[in-house]
Design a protein around this ligand. Structure first.
Ligand code: MOS
Length: 709
């Protein structure tokens, strides 16, 4: 069996030796290099793009502005931005593209960009706190408002209550490889080498914008240098690169500068979440009220549906959720690892930790008292839920029940402990794969999936190897091309379950075909005996009613989620307010774990990402100009190796979820990034008695609340 083995990534050597090709590594002959010119202010009117100086820069070929661009056709999701740039004179946010400089080299294009003069008329931008609050449009994919039971009554009869507001800063995904596209037209057909998490999303959107047929667009995207959600939907640069290539009649490479990544692609919005939660003296929840606002662009909409956390986490007779948008003059936010429950659990789990203090209960016991045996809001049974085991095994690994026996001081550090529940919903998409078993005893998987760094190609080969009874070394995979069999996106922690299930189904079909050829133990022998070069099968993993998307078991008799518990030990230096993550334990219920090595990496990364969210990351909108203050990595604090202890323990509960996928797995990728922030805030409170409710928890916020010596 290769499933369950800690296999190293099959594409690892190609990556560390530089053989793996990313989007911008492709430079077809005659390629022009494109750089975007962005609006210099957050709100106003574009008067003129003066390209005369830029066109005198040696190597600058052309400068395109709105007057040169076609009127784009209407685009729909999975386009992120529906109101495309370079179509009018209104400026909605800083960095909104107003021109594209095309040069014979990246340096020429960059020099040309610096020489373009943009004349604008400034208007007062709407900034954070000043925007209009409005209800998001309905129906919503997620985040519909819920009124279940009588929340007012539930809160009034509670013997302990917490009513607090939890804030989190906006923050950018910042993948190491910025978003980028190389566009090549040949005989009316378009090829895009693209840095994406879901190349299947691209052709319909680009085709609608450019008035083409989606079948005439091919996207090649094997390796993606990090995505985290910012490369999930289709962003304007993909359309602009294709449009420029068509206008110029030459290939165009548009690889976003780091600066442009901040303003021309997504980020996680600023959010404020107000929670009212009540419980009996024994810790049984009586009501949860969760009201959320996220910032959003002026002309396009992203709802961060974090109310899903409160709808599904704990048994409570009354649950009320509300979602709001605050529109400000800034670029459009998007889903960012971990969306939905990531923000939602920051608020809910923080409130649970505060409620435990009110009740003088261990926070773990409060979670057990509120354990939801069925999905609270749909009443459906869980496909599988081993959260109780995750709590228990995680607590044992951490020493949670004996934490008070440990020293509270270590040199300058005051030591505190915190915990939280982790959870992600279950996104499922249809999956597809073709598998070929050949007479030489090898098998090849063909599926249009991607490599965003999670190790998925290895996992897919493990699934096929076991299903066909082959050694792992005999299985290989071809991926990252829309010419291959279409499969689901690589986001929403969905790909192992979706594409992996399709691969398993294709292999079952092949086994049946081998049986019809006479059967036997060695597939190579069966094929040779039958005089066949190969046996191939298409696997199709479908959702109930042919749906293209199912959240949390929608369309099935089951509710589906992944679960976990995270325990953290944090040191606080009360003189400086400096924080240290000293150790962490994450224990998870995520179905069958195909590859414990890549799975562990995902969860460790989630805890590190959570520490960054809790204590470092913050993208600030300048209240005067409406622009992001930092647009390069030198001004963005994220965890580095020196911030992270070696003592991070990851544990998976033994589980097989027969309802969530064909292979027994549920989503894991983003699960590890949930709950960490709430556990960290609780540990800081445990250490020094300071409760910070707005992320990131920076030293000054701790010092501000500590009594001065
Ligand atoms: Mo993740 S935000 O689903 O890439």
């Amino acid at each position: 069996m290769s499933i369950g083995q800690a296999i190293s990534r099959i594409e690892g050597v190609a990556k560390v030796t530089g053989r793996a090709k990313y989007a911008a590594d492709h430079t077809p002959p005659g390629t022009l290099h494109a750089v975007l010119v962005g609006a210099p202010l957050a709100c106003g009117r574009l008067l003129e793009v003066d390209a005369s100086a830029a066109l005198r820069v040696r190597g600058v070929t052309r400068v395109l502005s709105a007057k040169d661009m076609p009127r784009f056709g209407a685009v729909a999701p999975p386009a992120a931005v529906l109101n495309l740039p370079l179509q009018g004179e209104r400026i909605h946010h800083e960095g909104e593209p107003v021109a594209i400089v095309l040069g014979e080299s990246p340096a020429a294009a960059e020099a040309g960009r610096a020489a373009v003069i943009v004349h604008c008329e400034r208007a007062e931008p709407l900034v954070l706190g000043a925007g209009e609050r409005e209800a998001p449009p309905s129906p919503r994919m997620l985040g519909d408002d819920l009124d279940m039971g009588d929340v007012v009554h539930g809160l009034s009869v509670a013997q302990a209550r917490v009513e607090q507001t939890y804030v989190q800063a906006a923050r950018h995904h910042n993948p190491m490889e910025t978003s980028g596209t190389v566009a090549l037209f040949e005989n009316g057909k378009l090829t895009l080498w693209d840095s994406v998490q879901a190349s299947g999303n691209v052709p319909p959107v680009v085709a609608a914008a450019l008035g083409m047929k989606a079948e005439d667009i091919r996207v090649i995207a094997p390796h993606t240098g990090g995505g985290f959600g910012v490369k999930g939907y289709v962003w304007p640069h993909q359309i602009l690169a294709a449009a420029a290539a068509r206008i110029l009649g030459r290939p165009v490479k548009l690889h976003l500068r780091r600066h442009d990544q901040f303003v021309c692609a997504g980020y996680q919005p600023w959010m404020s979440q107000s929670i009212k939660i009540g419980a009996t003296a024994q810790g049984a929840l009586t009501a949860i009220d969760h009201a959320i606002v996220n910032t959003c662009a002026i002309a396009d909409t992203h709802l961060e549906p974090s109310s899903e956390a409160s709808k599904t986490m704990y048994a409570a007779p009354a649950i009320r959720t509300r979602q709001w948008l605050e529109r400000i003059n800034i670029n459009l936010p998007t889903a960012m690892r971990a969306p939905v429950e990531g923000p939602g659990m920051w608020a809910l789990e923080s409130a649970m930790n505060e409620l435990a203090l009110e009740l003088d209960m261990d926070p773990l016991d409060l979670r057990l008292a509120g354990y939801a045996e069925r999905d609270p809001h749909t009443g459906k049974p869980w496909s599988s839920k081993k959260l109780r085991e995750a709590y228990e095994e995680g607590a044992r690994l951490y020493g949670w029940r004996t934490r008070r026996e440990r020293p509270r001081q270590d040199g300058p550090w005051r030591v505190g402990h915190g915990m939280a529940t982790c959870s992600m919903g279950s996104f499922r998409f249809p999956g597809g794969a073709r598998v070929r078993l050949r007479a030489d005893g090898t098998a090849r998987i063909e599926a249009n999936t991607h490599d965003i760094g999670t190790g998925m190609q290895t996992v897919f080969c493990q699934i096929a190897a076991d299903a066909l009874g082959l050694p792992l070394a005999s299985v290989s995979i071809d991926w990252g091309d829309t010419n291959l069999r279409a499969s689901g996106p690589v986001y929403g922690s969905s790909a192992t379950g979706g594409t992996g299930s399709a691969i398993a189904l294709a292999c079952r079909d092949i086994k049946a075909q081998l049986g019809a050829l006479g059967g036997g133990n060695d597939p190579a022998v069966i094929l040779r005996r039958a005089g066949r070069a190969e046996v191939a099968a298409d696997g199709a993993y479908t959702l109930p009613n042919g749906a293209l998307f199912s959240a949390d078991g929608e369309g099935t008799p089951y509710a589906m989620r992944s679960w976990g518990a995270v325990f953290v030990e944090v040191g606080v230096d009360p003189e400086l307010g400096v924080l240290r993550l000293r150790r962490a334990v994450g224990a998870y219920s995520a179905g069958r774990i195909i590859n414990p090595k890549t799975a562990r990496s995902q969860m460790t990364g989630g805890i590190i990402w959570g520490w960054g969210k809790a204590t470092m990351e913050e993208s600030v909108q300048d209240p005067a100009s409406g622009c992001w203050l930092a647009k390069n990595l030198s001004n963005v604090a994220v965890p580095v190796n020196a911030d992270i202890p070696t003592d991070i323990t990851i544990h998976f509960v033994d589980e097989y979820d027969e309802h969530a996928s064909v292979i027994g797995s549920r989503g894991i990728g983003e699960l590890g990034a949930t709950g960490v922030d709430a556990a960290v805030a609780a540990a800081i409170h445990d250490a020094v008695g300071v409760r910070v409710r707005d992320l990131p928890i920076l030293p000054w916020k701790i010092l501000e609340s500590l009594p001065r010596a």
